[in-house]
Design a protein around this ligand. Structure first.
Ligand code: DQA
Length: 154
């Protein structure tokens, strides 16, 4: 978990779902060669310039992701979410997202809409502020920049 915080910074929770711990190694022709840690370092640097600290989290467990969304509801100014395969299956994550009033940007490295039919079901998109797909790790950077414009400065 990467976190750089001071009293003046606002927290962004970047929550990543199953098998994203294997980024860099997993199907690089689809997901690229950057690791999740590489992406986290980049987000932390960009976040600092906006007065935002970024906490990178990854879990293969649906319940853990629901718990992190509930924690973000209390302690974060915004969320970046790549729910990975749970995007296409999880009513529990959908319901947890519905409780948030902070901005949430959904990110996918690949473009699920251009892949297998089962990826066209999406329980996340209807309950987030915006979605970015198909741009690789750049999608995370764009999500953070979008949050920087959406979150009121303290
Ligand atoms: C993914 C797309 C999902 O369909 C897939 O299950 C993933 C990764 C992406 O970032 O492209 O695990 O969320």
């Amino acid at each position: 978990m990467l976190s750089v915080r001071s009293n003046m910074t606002r927290l962004i929770s970047c929550i990543n779902g199953p098998t994203l711990n294997l980024l860099g190694d997993r199907e690089p022709e689809i997901y690229g060669t950057m690791t999740l840690e590489d992406i986290g370092v980049q987000l932390s640097e960009i976040g600092q310039a906006h007065g935002l600290s970024v906490e990178m989290k990854q879990s293969n467990s649906e319940g853990q992701i629901v718990d992190w969304i509930q924690i973000a509801r209390k302690n974060s100014a915004g969320v970046i979410l790549n729910a990975a395969a749970y995007t296409h299956t999880s009513i529990a994550i959908h319901d947890a997202l519905r409780t948030l009033s902070i901005p949430v940007i959904e990110v996918h490295l690949s473009n699920p809409a251009a892949r297998e039919d089962f990826r066209s079901v999406n329980y996340v998109t209807p309950v987030v502020t915006g979605s970015i797909a198909g741009l690789g790790p750049t999608g995370y950077v764009l999500a953070l920049q979008a949050l920087a414009t959406l979150i009121p400065s303290s």
